[in-house]
Design a binder for this molecule. Sequence first.
Ligand code: NAG
Length: 232
Amino acid sequence: MEALPPTLLDLLSNSLVLGQVSPLLPVSALLFLSRTSKSVRQLIYSSREAWRYLDLSPLKSAQLDASPIDVGGVSWRAERMDEALSEDDFYAGPLRGIFSQMHSWRVLKWVQVLVLDGLSVPADLVREIVMEERFGVRILSVRGATHLNLSKLQQVLVYAVRPSRPETVLRFKALYVFGSKDDPKQLPPSIDLLNGGGVTASQGAQIGAHWNSRSAEALQVTKSGNVLSQCM
Ligand SMILES: *[C@@H]1O[C@H](CO)[C@@H](O)[C@H](O)[C@H]1NC(C)=O
């Protein structure tokens, strides 16, 4: 008897296949796939490979709703402002919500390449991504991000690589800031980079090793962790 062709679940259960396929899927497709069956769902939510490369930029719920009126006709913005919500809190809202959901699914830590191009990404949110334990992001792309104050971003990075920081290994390796989000020549490196394709996991901060050239020019951080200049 001929062997049956492998099922989708069989294929995805191979971590190599899942690792190759999932970066190619928009996150909405991944979530949709996870709804197709209980076993696929279990597989996706328990596989770090499925989450290694995450591009949230096409996701509707990641976008800041320009309108102050939400679907229910409630002025969300006005209400939240009453609760002394800072501007940064407001602009970080959609992504914070997604991150806390992913954290509760226990998959947030598995994201190593995070693409937030064109989304609303205040510098405070970058600080959380770089510094907080719940994140495992090594490469972050915020090209074309809105509400991102570059001088505040620079302060965040200086702080993250400060010489007096606790003796923990900084997992963060690269940040993509400038360049068009639609420029294919400037795509963030794929996960190959994480598999030994150039990132050396030597001691200390290596921010700067893989910045794209324009980011590097504008916000230079040396390997020793000192920001040299901001020539913008
Ligand atoms: C950007 O951040 C700097 C430093 O935190 C602050 O002084 C400046 O006012 C901010 N600029 C804007 C446009 O918010």
